[in-house]
Write a protein that binds this ligand. Sequence first.
Ligand code: HEC
Ligand code: HEC
Length: 515
Amino acid sequence: MQRRNFISILSICAFAIFILGFQLKPDFFDIPKTWDLAEIKQFLLPTADSTIAVTPISESYYYSLPEMKVYKSYPIRLTGLEENRKYIDSLKALNPVDYFQNEPRTEEDLVRLGEEVFNAPIGLFDYSEEFFKELNESIKSAEIPVSKNTFPYYTYVVDEKSKVKVGVFSCAMCHTRVMPDGSTIKGAQGTFPMDRRDGVAGEFFLKSLPKDKLAEIDKDVRTGRIALHKAPWISHSSQMELDTISAARIIAYLKAIPPGVMLRHGSNFNQPTNIPDLIGIKDRKYLDYTGLMMHRNIGDVMRYAAFNQILDMLNSYNGFIPAGLDFKTLPEPGKGDFIGTNKRYSEMQLFALGKYLYSLKPPKNPNSFPAEMVKKGELVFKREGCVTCHTPPLYTNNKLTPVDGFTPPASHYKAYDIFDVSVETNPELALYTRRGTGYYKVPSLLGVWYRGPFGHSGNVATLEDWLDKRRLDEDYVPTGFKPAFVKTMAVKGHEFGLELSKEEKAALIAFLKTL
Ligand code: HEC
Ligand code: HEC
């Protein structure tokens, strides 16, 4: 009797799982809604000028955009032309693999597929040998760090039988680091000098251009850059310049951006953003150097990816729409010209991407310093008060610090975690760009051994330089990002640890390199 009951309960359960499992599949993982405007309202920090209303596209606009497909990508091999021909032919024989044709069912599936979303380019163009030759030239002319035999920032994609496409603008393009030994770390501060590459290519193009075409090109290039960088409500010289800038001047600006730093849309030529390390993102409360977006849960990572890839170009800033028609009107959904504004990731793709980012682990630390030295360094770290802001175990207190020239409105103290001390670094990214909130967040120091340059615009290349007090002098030559048209420049602020003795500094750096 008992046994019969047991069996019937089991079979009822199996039946229920069958039915419910079938019906509840979309909710299998409890996926947050990405474009939820109530959530987005809290997720986005206001711009430094709080009179500017930032209005993202509506829910109906967002969900009427066609979904991206994530196809299998193949590495770009840096071989001779003949060998590459064979490789391309072998790719042409492959069938497209659409990764999300079957829904993921387990956490492992999600992480694995999330990595494919990370690798998936949002821009595709047909492969040609011209591309391959130019790529090899640009590696030399723009000094692009590449891994042993591959170009790790782009991929080949097969989305149609017997066609090979080149894919660009994946997350991996900017968030992959090539180490000095040629190995790569996914998610770490990227090393693709995209802007420098564009600058070098642009310079070559301009030289070959007939003089009578110059005015037209100036206008086209300027219009693109206004979309990327303009914040029309700000009257700082760096913003005003965008209205009349020439292609030649833009090229000079682009050439000044080193690996590790990027002119992310919403930043500007002299206020670029350092590329953050994504390893350890799960524990960070604010995203971006200016803390522009909050991170409360995986839903916010999904929102971050959707906005930055790159639907925030369709935000309205008091009526100015960066990728709008004439900067004023939204294109019809799916008809935008700007790469990334005519598609969206599916909810499942974004959820998987978030899971993948959460799963990223730091590489094995090869540093070994004498235990005594590390211990001494840790004591210095505590004594100098670094722990107040870079609090273990995350090595950040996860707070925002107001920049010079910004007074947080009273309402911010309730809404955000503010550590009310300015570290007095250059405030321009936080005040004079679309990414500006009036704050810099306290970055985590985990993983500083494998990254660099440092600071919100990556002005110094190494920890040694960050702690070198000569950087405060006007005749200092920044070792990281040095703006174009500038020979020397002080890298101001964050004067902690600058007065230490040589031994103590060495010990502090040794300690930092173990984190
Ligand atoms: C063209 C280069 C580029 C691409 C493509 C790109 N990123 Fe980024 N990413 C950056 C830069 C630069 C920043 C720093 C922005 C800032 O501080 O304002 C950044 C910041 C971030 C941050 C904030 C991390 C932190 O701690 O502040 C996350 C998360 C992130 N990116 C994830 C992604 C994901 C996921 C994708 C793909 C969907 C992606 N990025 C695509 C360049 C890029
Ligand atoms: C009052 C808070 C505060 C204290 C104290 C402090 N820092 Fe920082 N630290 C910051 C902030 C804020 C930034 C980001 C500044 C910027 O990018 O403009 C930063 C950036 C850094 C960076 C660059 C990290 C990166 O990812 O670019 C390093 C390295 C660093 N701090 C080390 C230290 C050390 C070592 C000490 C002690 C000697 C220290 N900090 C003391 C707030 C602090």
